[in-house]
Design a protein around this ligand. Structure first.
Ligand SMILES: [Ca+2]
Ligand SMILES: [Ca+2]
Ligand SMILES: [Ca+2]
Length: 229
């Protein structure tokens, strides 16, 4: 194999690695499929032992913590089929103060624009029953104060999972992303799955300095070899 195709392949692999790391670095466990051995508060089901059709409410799950209300209710293909794999969240959870909030601290680049994407599905056909607020707050400030999105739909016979996106500018490097249930507090609400974040400002992914140097070195070596051959 000549050097040029090999080099092209190296660069393609490097770019793919960079893209995949930038795509997954921001939100941890946005699809709620990562489990740990934490005990559910209502049914006594450990998150990593939950069977299909079961559900429970958790204080903390990988990536997310409860920032208000009863906790994070995980369902495993319980009321509906998950948008991805088998698990999703319902933040109108269970027990008193069922309208709950979950949060995750993020490390972003202040001034960059980010596109937040998530999948939502209303559970009931009752007005003002399935609401979800999305907040992006400075981690050092007060939580649930800077709302960036709100969705509040009612189910009908055509209801399925829907994707929602919103773009925001990072006001600081350290931000907290929160989802919060609102409306009728009756343990039935909006389902959430597949939360992700994309850096719009850096969408032509800048090559980090060490990799740029490595690629420049490889190109130089290739030119030298070409020159003498
Ligand atoms: Ca999922
Ligand atoms: Ca519930
Ligand atoms: Ca509700």
């Amino acid at each position: 194999m000549s050097t040029l195709p090999r080099l092209t392949r190296l660069m393609t692999t490097a770019a793919a690695l960079l893209l995949s790391s930038s795509a997954s670095a921001f939100v941890i466990n946005g699809d709620f499929e990562t489990t740990s051995h934490v005990l559910g508060e209502h049914n006594g089901i450990y998150l990593d032992q939950m069977n299909n059709g079961q559900w429970d409410v958790y204080d903390n799950i990988p990536g997310w913590y409860t920032s208000g209300g009863a906790g994070i209710e995980i369902q495993r293909n319980t009321v509906v089929t998950a948008h991805s794999t088998s698990r999703y969240v319902e933040l109108d959870s269970h027990n008193a103060n069922s309208n709950s909030s979950m949060s995750q601290n993020l490390t972003l680049n202040a001034g960059h624009q980010y596109e937040l994407e998530f999948w939502y599905r209303p559970r009931t056909s009752t007005p003002n029953d399935n609401g979800i607020f999305v907040y992006i707050d400075e981690t050092s400030g007060s939580l649930l104060s800077n709302m960036v999105y709100s969705v509040n739909e009612q189910a009908d016979s055509n209801t399925t999972w829907e994707m929602f996106t919103t773009v925001f500018t990072a006001a600081a490097d350290n931000l907290t992303l929160s989802f919060s249930a609102f409306g009728l507090e009756n343990s039935l609400g909006g389902f959430i799955d597949d939360i992700s974040l994309r850096d719009v400002t850096s969408s032509d992914v800048p090559v980090p300095a060490p990799l740029a140097l490595m690629l420049a070195g490889a190109l130089l070596a290739h030119r030298r070899r070409t020159a003498v051959s």
